[in-house]
Design a protein around this ligand. Structure first.
Ligand code: MG
Length: 398
């Protein structure tokens, strides 16, 4: 009998990355590290650790009971924030792997990307933003960062999950310039002896760019799927979506007898496939044309390099318009979410009057963060069902 396989150490994993990944990938060995320096793990890379920290967080577990589009609990097949997140991770990993980029970093960013969503989807977000006017507002992207940097409590004497620089960078969204994480006057951590100042830059890592596009690919397709399942839209309406029509025609040329749910399911699946293939092709073309050689080149490149081709981008814009008109602003969806958001609003005001209702850990943050922010953190962290229960407990039947 031969000896069992030797432990695959972190160093060995880093060496595998060096051999497998493209030079412009974000290699875990080159991480700028964490705000609070930690001893490297014996057999996990930095981004594997980040991913595990997110999966083991409280905010991640709550994604299961948060609205994606449809109120949590509306139907057993409908997406929740958690299943959405897992679809994004799966799409993101496929793209990253095929482009020779760091799958673990992409995966970790996707797992964290929606942690900051409040209950009741976008309607809940709007309500909190209104309530936070004059107190810094509310935005789910900023909240995702706040959760992993401040609210989660896992380590002694440390706020947040102490994630890597690259993970936090990937959670900064919709910015013209990326502020280097840990920038609030804190010195950059010592990572492989690198301590130079970092100026804000226009693009995040390719892995973060993938996480962003994978999010869009996932929800564009699964919201159509859920819309059909929930009878918010009819197949006839989909005739105006060129991506749907082209995909269907291509499928019917191979499987002329497909129809009904079986056909729709296969169209949805094939739309994802087509889009992913388009993104891989276009991104490769852009990477070559840009001539980037390192992950730093990517960050200082003025345009994002992970992208749809021009025709696909146009199709996606049409699809997006359709989704907004026919699903997100559909009266059945809006009414439920608006009704629930009114409860959120009332509960917010009630908490301002009764800070003693806050949990002990939250209450401790009031002197530093202010009552409004702490109430906002507390309520935005709730799941749909917990908020409804809490309302009944405090203010009476809904
Ligand atoms: Mg998302």
């Amino acid at each position: 009998m031969s000896e069992p396989t030797v432990l695959r150490s972190r160093e060995a994993m880093e060496e595998i990355e060096r051999q497998l990944l493209a030079p412009y990938a974000q290699h875990s060995r080159d991480s700028r590290g964490r705000l609070h320096p930690e001893t490297p793990h014996p057999y996990r890379t930095e981004y594997q650790r980040d991913g595990a920290r997110i999966i083991h967080s409280q905010a991640f577990r709550r994604l299961e009971y948060k609205t994606q589009v449809f109120l949590s609990g509306t139907g057993d097949h409908l997406r929740t924030r958690l299943t959405h997140t897992m679809e994004v991770a799966s799409i993101g990993r496929s793209i990253a792997r095929s482009l020779g980029l760091n799958e673990y970093l992409t995966e970790a960013i996707t797992l964290a990307h929606d942690l900051g969503h409040p209950p009741f989807g976008h309607s809940g977000e709007k309500t909190l933003d209104e309530r936070m006017r004059g107190h810094g507002g509310f935005d789910h992207n900023a909240q995702s960062l706040r959760i992993v940097e401040r609210i989660e409590k896992k380590y002694p004497h440390v706020d947040g999950l102490n994630l890597t620089y690259e993970l936090l960078e990937g959670l900064q969204k919709h910015r013209k310039l990326f502020d280097p994480p840990f920038w609030d006057g804190a010195p950059l951590p010592e990572a492989e002896g690198r301590r130079e100042r970092v100026e804000p830059y226009p693009s995040p890592s390719l892995e973060a760019q993938i996480a962003d596009i994978a999010d869009e690919i996932a929800y564009y397709s699964h919201d159509l799927d859920d819309g059909l399942e929930f009878h918010l839209i009819t197949p006839a309406q989909l005739e105006e979506i060129d991506l749907w029509v082209a995909t269907r025609e291509e499928i019917l040329s191979r499987y002329p007898d497909l129809e009904g749910r079986e056909l729709f399911a296969y169209i949805i699946r094939s739309m994802i496939d087509r889009t992913v293939e388009d993104v891989i092709g276009e991104s490769l073309r852009r990477l070559r044309a840009a001539g980037v050689r390192t992950a730093t080149d990517v960050r200082y490149h003025p345009e994002w390099l992970i992208a749809y081709s021009a025709p696909m981008a146009a199709s996606k814009r049409r699809l997006r318009r359709f989704l907004y008109q026919q699903i997100y602003f559909h009266p059945d969806i809006r009414e439920v979410n608006d009704r629930c958001s009114a409860l959120l609003r009332e509960l917010f005001d009630a908490y301002l009057e009764h800070p003693e209702w806050l949990g002990e850990t939250s209450a401790r943050r009031i002197p530093e963060d202010g009552l409004h922010r702490v109430v906002c953190d507390y309520l935005s962290g709730m799941t749909d069902r917990y908020l409804l229960e809490e309302y009944e407990r405090r203010l009476g039947p809904v």
